[in-house]
Ligand binder design. Structure first.
Ligand code: ADP
Ligand code: ZN
Length: 662
């Protein structure tokens, strides 16, 4: 009966039902425009909002930046306006509740949170407001929700018919299969029995089928309608470069393409995070570190600064990121390859939530393959589990090595058919804008494996990549001479290829198991199970020719598609393209507006983007409206913000001092 809910929803033959649906639809759009100041719903938002506002259960799968929050915030307001009471939002992210509630209040919505950061007087005040029916959205952590005290309060609201909706954010936390299982989420099942009749909406950005079914089962959503958005993030430009001098490549990427912009750099280990942050700072970049080895208060401080200040670079392990809803992260860089595509997609997804152009950049090399393989082999996990990890790593390697469109690979991995089929070219990834030239490396691969065998026969030892490449290229360094390897028949047979080219041959061979990393302390290499097939010419090895353009070069523009249907979404260029598009006067206005926004944000103890998004300020600077009516047509200015900030905005744009209504 999975489709039951859908059928009753779409077959609106009953005219009373039609009228109701129409009223809900109008009211939802009204809320979007008046409260949030946005002219249109995005993607599936409208369907979700109408379904949930009308009291339907829903499971919502949308990528990061897809706009999940509005999927429950708008229904919460619609239902409160209809006298149905409070919406309870369950979220694991206590550290972010303050900002989430702050953002709603800025828009004039009555919102509160209950968590351990409140003292008892504050808690009592929120509880009293709840009893009086004054709270439209209440944010709580799951462990809090299940306390007898809060349950009693919810019982009270429920009896009076004032419990409008449960929204369960980050719903994958309920599943053991998700990457972020939280045992507290298991307790949520209790709500289902206890508050029957109260609609539920569960939301997540985690795509995989196993997790999805787990959520449905755990949260009793069998009858819920499912909304699955495309996982494509059209405004993100994907680039994967060969790693040769990673720190320098990263520096060049940031300074040439994203100077002054906010971004995240992911690295594998804590030590590397610390070192890299240090190096970036030494080069004049405002970089902060974040990893689980730091003490909690320091970590929190860095997270707060990243959210509140503009243009910071967060260098972090994967411990950083869940729930970071900063909309204007312009780039996410991986200096080490992640473990799998799920991780890659999730981490890169933190770029460009505002729909403006953003960049996912990764440097990937032989070391990554070797290290990740080793980590899996050395882990104490069971063989079957290790095999799953290996397969997932292989899929990531295939993404890195592919000569086809990166976006196609990503979408296919998540079970989606790309808009133009498997041969589609998105026009907005490195392989599309600058197609690599295929190079048949089968001959080189044979040379490499023979060389490896000769070396082993001659000295009974296995060696690392550097040594093998020296022999192939005929470089008689001290180590080669020490072992007499200059006398091997394979000495110098690969002088026609550069070291970088040899490394990519080797990397590919490791990826296809023709070469394996030997167990033990030294990362020596030996022929793997697939070596024979390569030697016999049964497996051909086709590589990307080393790119002509330097790594981290400028990506081209993406034709056709654009985020939010906005024309001219461009790939990031040096500096800030969007600012550069403004004329000189507009740029002065933009600078003044940003300055004003920073002051207001500080006074309200909120991140600047909560006051206004960059895109809103840019539109203001470009159009420079002279009157309040002109302001309200700009996306992101709802009624409340118009009242609160309108006169100030006009003053700031005219070069006058604001009246200080903030
Ligand atoms: P998610 O939780 O799915 O990652 P959010 O709810 O944080 O996404 O939304 C991402 C950004 O997009 C937010 O800054 C939000 O204000 C903005 N946004 C969402 N829906 C719309 C819309 N219909 N029009 C304009 N901006 C929107
Ligand atoms: Zn592409």
């Amino acid at each position: 009966m999975a489709g039951a809910a859908e059928v009753t929803q779409t077959e609106g033959t009953n005219s009373a039902q039609d009228a109701l649906k129409e009223a809900i639809s109008a009211s939802a759009l009204g809320v979007l425009r008046e409260v949030f100041g946005y002219p249109h719903f995005r993607g599936l938002q409208q369907d979700v909002v109408e379904h949930v506002s009308g009291g339907g259960d829903a499971l919502v799968l949308m990528p990061t930046g897809g706009g999940k929050s509005l999927c429950y915030q708008v229904p919460a307001i619609v239902r409160q306006n209809a006298g149905l009471g409070t919406t309870v939002v369950v979220s694991p992210l206590i550290a972010l509740m303050h900002d989430q509630v702050g953002a709603l209040r800025e828009a004039g919505v009555s919102a509160d949170f209950l968590n351990s950061t409140l003292d008892s007087a504050q808690t009592q005040a929120v509880e009293a407001a709840l009893r009086r029916g004054e709270v439209t959205l209440l944010y709580v952590a799951p462990e809090r929700l299940l306390t007898p005290r809060l349950l009693a309060l919810l019982d009270f609201l429920h009896e009076r018919g004032e419990l409008a909706l449960f929204a369960i954010d980050e719903a994958h936390c309920v599943s053991q299969w998700g990457h972020d299982f939280r045992p507290e989420y298991r307790g949520l099942a209790e709500l289902i029995g206890r508050y029957s009749g109260v609609p539920r909406v569960a939301l997540t950005a985690t795509a995989d089928a196993l997790t999805r079914e787990d959520i449905v089962e755990r949260l009793g959503l069998e009858q819920a309608r499912r909304f699955v958005a495309s996982f494509d993030r059209p405004n993100i430009h994907y680039t994967i470069v060969e790693k040769n001098d990673p720190t320098r490549q990263l520096l060049r990427f940031i300074t040439q393409e994203h100077a002054g912009e906010s971004g995240i750099v992911y690295a594998q280990s804590r030590r590397r995070v610390d070192e890299l942050a240090e190096t970036l700072r030494a080069h004049g970049l405002p970089a902060l570190a974040y990893h689980a080895g730091m003490d909690a208060s320091q970590r929190q401080k860095h997270q707060d600064r990243f959210l509140r200040e503009e243009g910071l670079v967060m260098v972090a392990t994967i411990a950083f990121g869940m729930g970071i809803d900063k909309p204007d992260v312009r780039f996410v860089a991986h200096i080490d390859a992640p473990k799998n595509i799920e991780g890659y997609y999730q981490e890169t997804g933190r770029a460009g939530r505002d729909g403006a152009p953003a960049h996912a950049w990764m440097a990937y090399g032989l070391q990554d393959v070797v290290q990740q393989r080793r980590m899996i082999d050395d882990s104490p996990a069971q063989d079957a589990f290790k095999q799953v990890l290996r397969d997932k790593l292989d899929a990531l390697l295939a993404l890195a090595e592919t000569m086809g469109c990166r976006r196609v690979r990503l979408l296919q991995y998540f079970g989606e058919t790309p808009p133009g089929g498997p041969a589609w070219r998105c026009g907005h990834c490195d392989n599309c804008t600058d197609p690599p030239v295929p190079w048949d490396a089968s001959e080189a691969a044979r040379k490499l494996i023979s060389c490896m065998l000769r070396v082993h026969q001659a000295s009974g030892l296995a060696f690392g990549a550097g040594h093998l490449i020296d022999i192939l290229r005929g470089q008689a360094g001290p180590k080669v001479l020490q072992h007499g390897h200059e006398r091997l028949s394979t000495f110098g047979i690969g002088a026609d290829l550069s070291e970088v080219q040899w490394r990519s041959v080797l990397r590919q061979l490791v990826a296809i198991d023709a070469v394996q990393v030997s167990p033990g302390e030294f990362r020596t290499l030996e022929p793997g199970p697939a070596a024979r097939a390569v030697l016999r010419g049964e497996t051909s090895v086709v590589l990307r020719a080393a790119q002509a353009a330097p790594a981290g070069h400028q990506p081209g523009a993406r034709g056709g598609r654009s985020a939010r249907g906005r024309p001219g979404t461009r790939a990031p260029q040096a500096g800030k393209p969007e600012d550069l598009a403004l004329d000189a006067e507009a740029q002065v206005r933009l600078a003044a507006l940003k300055h004003w926004r920073a002051e207001v944000a500080r006074a309200h103890q909120l991140p600047a983007f909560v006051i206004f998004h960059d895109s809103t300020l840019r539109a203001l600077a470009a159009q420079a409206p002279q009157h309040l009516e002109g302001l309200s047509s700009i996306s992101g200015i709802g009624q409340r913000k118009l009242d609160a900030y309108g006169p100030d905005l006009l003053a700031v744009m005219a070069g006058r001092a604001p009246e200080g209504s903030a």
